[in-house]
Design a protein around this ligand. Structure first.
Ligand code: GAP
Length: 496
């Protein structure tokens, strides 16, 4: 399928119009690679992060043995001791190849490996390097970490970095978590937070930004079970996106080839989505088998013992040995055995690493739909509707008085207040009812409740007296529900 730029133009216009995404510091002309989320965007992205945390941490998935896996969380600082980045390899290895153009009027900086898909600033529009005038330099390595200084003195000794991934905060705290919680291998540590990369060519809306949020898990397990956990996380993470509305025909799991794998990695799969801005699948999340590389590096650079001691296996084997004909181990044997596998070891890590902004963009792309719906006069019109999964929708329900007469506004406002205690709800009494529906359709509100003449009717012989209409965003079907039963009806439908 060719890239659909018209689709992206429509989507970005809607995101601006309805308060999902704005250019950062737009009133000053913006700043490349930085984005702001508006009132609807912040709710959508928070729903994504909250659901991720709920589904992966607080209500963690059931593991291969049929038990809920053990998961805890951390929230680490963005600026860390610079030694962290030496240990992780980012200080020396986190680089992209960059070329610059020496031509007057261009002076562009480009990623050397993306020239064919990066527009050249010169006219007529071509790709970087394709104009006769282009004078590209040889590629040179550019480190993507943002630098800053800690404290008042701006010299080498005060230099620090904004974290380029949340993962290293987890590894650096591995021992703290072990010592202060009851976790036992296998277990995972999760973190959601900002990361920063000084991308050479940020592009495709929020897809490749310079500031973004990650949702990462480092799952610590025995090496012998690691491939089973790797397969487990591949599936859990793929299914998570599908369950929240990404179509499986646009989502794929791509196993990296041997030549793509880091030297310490046994396997890595990318969860890729067919975004409308490209005719190729693009990475949404990576699930990597990282061996025990990160803990090994941090143990080496910090000089700290980051090994895990399996006290359950130790106590079990020690008791079994004592009960055996050979008798208990000697004190020296015990001391020696306690320092080695299978009792003491560096766990192997499986890392599902997702981007909250990329997930938000994928859900927005998947939700954008145009269909036909009747306007106030019954004439069919093109309707723009964001078919977001109800759990992701920024607003769950909108409540309207049909007209601003009699007690309709009061009854509608009271229903809205009642519902708001349990879910995001929005009261709207401005403009024609059809226009109010359209506004909610464009932000993906699954249900609209309308208070009309029947709701406030005093004629109790009418079976519909005292009921409201509830309209379904996708099917446009309307049902009548007693006004006192609205909250229960919505909670049932939304599982809230
Ligand atoms: N700890 C592993 C790690 O950071 P990564 O593939 O570099 O792996 C993981 O990043 C995820 O973070 C990506 O799959 C993507 O969703 C998100 N991500 C990475 N760079 C990004 C950027 N410049 N803008 C938006 N999201 C990004």
């Amino acid at each position: 399928m060719p890239a659909d730029t018209t689709f992206m133009d429509k989507l970005t216009a809607l995101c601006k119009r309805r308060g999902f995404i704005y250019q950062s510091s737009e009133i000053y002309g913006g700043i490349g690679g930085f984005w702001d989320y508006g009132p609807m965007g912040v709710e959508l992205k928070r729903n994504i992060k909250d659901l991720w945390w709920h589904d992966m941490v607080t209500n963690s998935p059931v593991g291969p043995d049929g038990r809920e896996i053990e998961m805890v969380g951390v929230d680490c600082s963005i600026i860390m001791n610079p030694k962290v980045w030496e240990a992780s390899g980012h200080a020396t290895g986190f680089k992209d190849p960059m070329v610059s153009c020496k031509t007057e009027g261009c002076k562009g900086l480009f990623r050397a490996d993306q020239l064919a898909s990066t527009p050249c600033p010169l006219k007529p529009s071509k790709m970087a390097g394709q104009h006769d005038k282009c004078q590209l330099t040889e590629p040179r390595a550019f480190n993507l970490m943002f630098e800053t200084f800690v404290g008042a003195v701006q010299d080498e000794s005060a230099k620090a970095f904004l974290r380029p991934e949340t993962a290293q905060g987890i590894f650096a705290n591995f021992k703290n978590v072990l010592d202060t919680s009851r976790v036992k291998v296998p277990f995972g540590i999760a973190q959601v937070g900002k990361s920063f990369r000084n991308e050479i060519n940020p592009r495709n809306y929020t897809f490749r930004s310079r500031e973004f949020e990650q949702m990462e898990i480092e799952f610590f397990c025995h090496e012998r079970d690691s491939m089973q956990w790797y397969e487990f996380w591949r599936k859990v993470r793929y299914d998570w996106y599908v369950n929240l509305g990404l179509k499986s025909e646009k989502l794929r799991l791509r196993d990296q080839g041997k030549e793509e794998l880091a030297h310490y990695s046994k396997a890595c799969a990318d969860i890729e989505y067919l975004f409308p801005f490209s005719d190729e699948f693009q990475e949404l999340e990576g699930v990597a088998h990282r061996g025990n590389y990160d803990l090994t590096q941090h143990a080496k650079f910090s000089g700290k013992d980051l090994t895990y001691f399996d006290d359950e296996a130790w106590e079990r084997d020690r008791a079994a040995r004592a009960a055996s004909p050979q008798g208990a181990w000697s004190k020296d044997e015990e001391r020696e055995l306690k320092t080695k596998p299978p009792y003491r070891f560096l766990p192997t890590v499986i890392e599902p690493s997702a981007g909250a902004d990329r997930a938000t963009l994928a859900f927005l792309c998947a939700a954008y739909t145009e269909d036909q719906a009747p306007d106030d006069k019954g004439v069919m019109q093109t309707r723009v509707v964001m078919k977001l999964h109800p759990q992701l929708a920024p607003v769950k329900v909108a409540v309207f008085p049909l007209v601003n007469r009699e007690t309709m506004p009061d009854v509608a406002a009271a229903i809205c207040r009642d519902v708001k205690r349990h879910m995001t709800a929005f009261y709207d009494d401005k403009g024609a009812i059809g226009r109010r529906y359209r506004r909610q359709d464009e932000i993906g509100t699954p249900f609209c409740v309308t208070v009309d003449g029947k709701t406030i009717a005093s004629d109790t012989s009418d079976p519909e007296a005292g009921t409201v209409t509830i309209r379904d965003r996708d099917s446009l079907a309307q049902v009548r529900v007693p006004k006192d039963g609205v909250l229960a009806w919505l909670r049932d439908k939304l599982g809230k």
